[in-house]
Design a protein around this ligand. Structure first.
Ligand SMILES: NC(=O)c1ccc[n+]([C@@H]2O[C@H](COP(=O)([O-])OP(=O)(O)OC[C@H]3O[C@@H](n4cnc5c(N)ncnc54)[C@H](O)[C@@H]3O)[C@@H](O)[C@H]2O)c1
Length: 273
């Protein structure tokens, strides 16, 4: 699919993988990109890239991806301005890592300490429910536009009309300390597999990428010792992946209409049991 002059929504666009994806999409000629993030740095990033490009390509939207009214505002504003949204990369994500079960000592007595249910639900909201709903809204944007033109089931002569790339993780296969995050990321696989089957009715493809440990604030927050001792030894590259490498793979997935499944961009991640 030719992505030039298309309209995109990228969540988590103010940092890390989302930001690298926005920059790459802009460089590759995408007409307009809604850069969605809760971070106050969103507007400044958009301004900086637009200044470099000499045109308004990045449009900042500040808010929480979990907020359905905010999501609707982003899509409605982009649709009013550009007609429809054909590309979506819902990359906003969080981690609230901790072992599932711990034994704490209280006055010399062992006490059971189980992972917080509130944290579990928050991670699922941000990392699982939200990306699926941003993806569905993008498919909806293409679907309603085609319906208005009297089109029903997509036919190949129309060419592919849109693409969604969900952001999984190597942790979807299980990772110590990530009971909530791993569950969310594994859940996205089911969503991708279903959307791949459903959304093509409207001419939209859906793929998922599973990045390995990538050099972003999310991973740096783990601490240098943790990265050096528990991450790098378990990769083939012995370094963190650069966000630009993942962004390039995301753009490949958006473009290449033969892909309908998952791509593991994991730097050869092979953790021990
Ligand atoms: N960095 C890695 O190693 C790695 C590996 C696999 C998958 N991922 C996934 O890639 C995606 C991007 O992660 P990253 O490493 O670039 O992290 P990051 O922390 O650099 O960026 C995440 C962005 O999401 C935004 N965000 C978080 N919660 C939000 C919310 N509720 N509403 C709006 N914005 C919100 C943050 O403000 C931040 O700008 C995430 O989905 C993450 O799970 C990252």
């Amino acid at each position: 699919m030719d992505i030039t002059n298309k309209v995109a929504v990228v969540t988590g666009g103010a940092s890390g993988i989302g930001q690298a994806t926005c920059s790459r999409l802009a460089r590759d000629g995408v007409r307009a990109i809604a850069v969605v993030d809760v971070s106050p740095a969103t507007a400044a990033y958009c301004e900086e890239v637009n200044g470099r490009l000499g045109q308004e390509t990045l449009f900042p939207f500040s808010g929480d991806v979990v907020d359905a009214a905010f999501r609707e505002r982003v899509f409605t504003e982009m649709e009013e301005r550009f007609g429809w949204v054909q590309l979506c990369v819902p990359a906003a994500g969080i981690t609230l890592d901790r072992l599932g079960v711990k034994i704490a000592q209280q006055n010399g007595t062992p006490r059971l300490d189980i992972y917080s249910e509130a944290d579990f639900r928050r991670v699922l909201e941000v990392d699982l429910v939200a990306p699926i709903y941003w993806a569905l809204r993008c498919v909806g944007s293409v679907a309603i536009q085609r319906a208005r033109r009297g089109l029903k089931q997509w036919v190949p002569e129309e060419l592919v009309q849109g693409a969604v790339v969900l952001i999984g993780s190597v942790s979807s296969a299980g990772n110590r300390g990530q009971i909530s995050y791993a569950t969310a990321k594994a859940g996205l696989e089911g969503a991708q597999a279903t959307l791949a089957k459903e959304a093509i009715y409207h001419g939209v493809r859906c793929a998922i990428i599973h990045p390995g440990f990538t050099d972003t604030p999310m991973v740096r927050a783990m601490g240098e010792d943790m990265i050096r001792n528990n991450v790098l030894p378990h990769t083939q590259l012995k370094r963190l992946i650069r966000p630009e490498e993942i962004a390039e793979a995301i753009c490949f997935l958006l473009r290449n209409s033969s892909v309908s499944g998952s791509l593991w961009a994991d730097a050869g991640w092979h953790p021990t049991a």
